[in-house]
Every structure is written in C-alpha cells, then in structure tokens.
Write a protein that binds this ligand. Structure first.
Ligand code: SF4
Length: 316
C-alpha cells in the first residue's frame, strides 16, 4: 500500500541531496492467493525496483507491505530471513544466476542447507524430487550449468526457487533470455507447477503476448506509477489507459483479425528524476488536455475491478 522508493540525487563535495529519483511512486495493489499477477511497462518504469522493494532486497522509502496479513516492513533481519523461505524469485538470466563452478546437486542443496532442511539424506531426496518437478533427470545432478541448454538452466533456476516450498514466487522476466521455441515449454512448466503446488506468481515481463498467456490480472506501470490494473481478459479486450492502448497496439499479430490501429508513442519515457507535472504521460498522450498538464489523475475503479488513472474517465 502506497509503496514508494526514492533514490536521492547527491551533488558536490558535501554530497548534498538535491532531489530524488522517484523510481516507485505511491504504488498500491494486491496479489491474490493462487493467481498470476502480471507487471508490465517499458524499461525503466520501476518494475524491478518495485519488486526488490516488495521483497525488501532494498529498503522502501515509504508505504506498507503485507504478506498473508503480516506487516513485512516491521520484520527484523532474522524474521525476514525466516519469511524468505516462503517468498522466492526466479531471475531473468539463467546463464548469470547459476554459479558456473558448482554442480547442479550443490546448487539445489544450497538453499536447503541455509534453511536447515533435514540431514544430508533428506536433502538429497528433496534435490531429486526438485529435478523431477522440473522434468530433469536425476542422472544430470553431477553436471555443471554450462552442460545444459538455456531452457534446461531456467528449469534448474526454477527448481532452486522451489527448494524451500514457497507460496509466493516472483518471476522476473523468466523467459525473455530464452529462444522463442523454448519459451512456451517454460511457461507451461510454470503453469503446471502453479496448479500442482498452489503457487502465487508475480510475473514481470515486457512481452505482452507472454503476459496474456500466463496472467490472470495485469498491472501496467508508467514512470513509477500504476496507470491501469485489470483482469487479463479486460485489459487485452478493452484497454482504457492511452498508454496501455499504445502498448497493446504495438504487439505484432501473426494473423491480424480486422484492422488494428497502430498508436505510435512520441518521445522517450521522461526521467523519473524530473517527472512532468500533472499526468506523467501527458507529453506523449494524444488525448492530453489542460487538466492533464496540471493535475495528476488518481487510480479509480471503473467497475469489475478495472482500475485506471486517467482524466478521460472522470465523468463516467
Ligand atoms: Fe492522457 Fe490526460 Fe489520461 Fe494522462 S490523464 S493519459 S494525459 S488523457
């Protein structure tokens, strides 16, 4: 609730704070148990900072984070470490996130040792179970990461994230470094694991076709703020925020049905160190009015859980 993460801009020899980069600016949303909530937006919109703040890998500047009713920000380091068993993350780069000199057996055992999981025998049984869960073979346990393909490495990364039996998994661009041909295999694996293990996912991607395929609901971010939140069906059938409309119109379609209007966005995403006045999107929006230049729109529920931050819908 109202989560913010500002990075101070320091200048001069005395390193005086002269401003802030508002990477995450008053963000509120809920992730329901068992769902996949997507998080989309251009590079630099604050997706990764938001997730790192949520998990307290970096300390938020303000706001509240609740996990299963518990105030995550009030936990001390020891309590936080205990909770991390239940909250895991799958990173984007399966090449960089596995230690090249460690055998898969050691990579998968490591989180079990850290979390005091049974004796050696129990840990090895769990490691073999994890390999089965991600459709890899027990005989591959003594190999090193470089002996696996990109898709197989991402399976190992997923297995490591599941080692401590988490309930909530953040998937940070988990398929964007993979060949298109193996993306669907990993997405289907994530779906199967969610069904079998009752997992909740927060799924970050800039690939909207991936988001549409895997997510139940979607949060759209622009310059550190949530501009739209809706079910996947609502968002892809009838996007309401002009930014979401432009994002969706840019998705290439293999077999376009009907005429799809292409909306090209003018200019770059503004700097979060110096955001525009009023609606942060006004400099790139074709519907911009005087009100948009001076007044920031609030995120409002337009019915059926479809939330939009745009003055166009104020009168409806
Ligand atoms: Fe465009 Fe105005 Fe809506 Fe912002 S508030 S998205 S500038 S119409």
């Amino acid at each position: 609730r109202h989560l913010t993460k500002w990075f101070p801009i320091k200048r001069g020899l005395a390193l005086k704070t002269v401003g802030n980069v508002k990477a995450v600016d008053d963000v509120s949303f809920q992730v329901y148990e068992g769902e996949t909530l997507g998080l989309v937006g251009e590079s630099g919109c604050g997706k990764t900072t938001l997730v790192r703040s949520m998990l307290r890998l970096i300390e938020p500047t303000g706001g509240e984070i609740f996990y299963k009713g518990e105030d995550f920000r009030k936990l001390d380091k020891k309590e936080l470490k205990g909770k991390r068993k239940d909250v895991q993350i799958v990173f984007q780069d399966p090449f960089g996130s596995l230690h090249p000199k460690m055998r898969i057996r050691t990579i998968l055992e490591e989180p079990l040792i850290i979390n005091h999981y049974g004796d050696k025998e129990a840990r090895m049984a769990r490691v073999k179970e994890l390999m089965r869960l991600v459709d890899l073979k027990e005989e591959q346990l003594d190999r090193y990461p470089h002996e696996f393909s990109g898709g197989q490495r991402q399976r190992i990364v997923i297995a490591r994230a599941l080692a401590t039996n988490p309930g909530f998994v953040v998937c940070d661009e988990p398929v964007s470094a993979l060949d298109v041909s193996v993306r669907s295999q990993i997405l289907n694996l994530l779906k199967d694991l969610q069904r079998d293990l009752n997992l909740t996912y927060l799924f970050i991607s800039h690939d909207l076709s991936v988001i549409e395929y895997i997510c139940d609901r979607v949060v759209v971010m622009y310059l550190g703020k949530v501009v739209e939140l809706a079910s996947s069906d609502q968002l892809f059938a009838a996007p309401m925020h002009p930014y979401t409309q432009a994002l969706l119109s840019a998705v290439p379609q293999v077999r376009p049905s009907g005429k799809v209007e292409k909306i090209s966005l003018e200019g770059d995403i503004p700097s979060p160190a110096n955001p525009p006045s009023g609606c942060y999107f006004h400099g790139r929006c074709r519907y911009c009015t005087e009100e948009c230049r001076t007044k920031a729109p609030k995120l409002r529920d337009l019915g059926d859980g479809h939330l939009v931050a745009c003055h166009r819908y104020n009168a409806e």
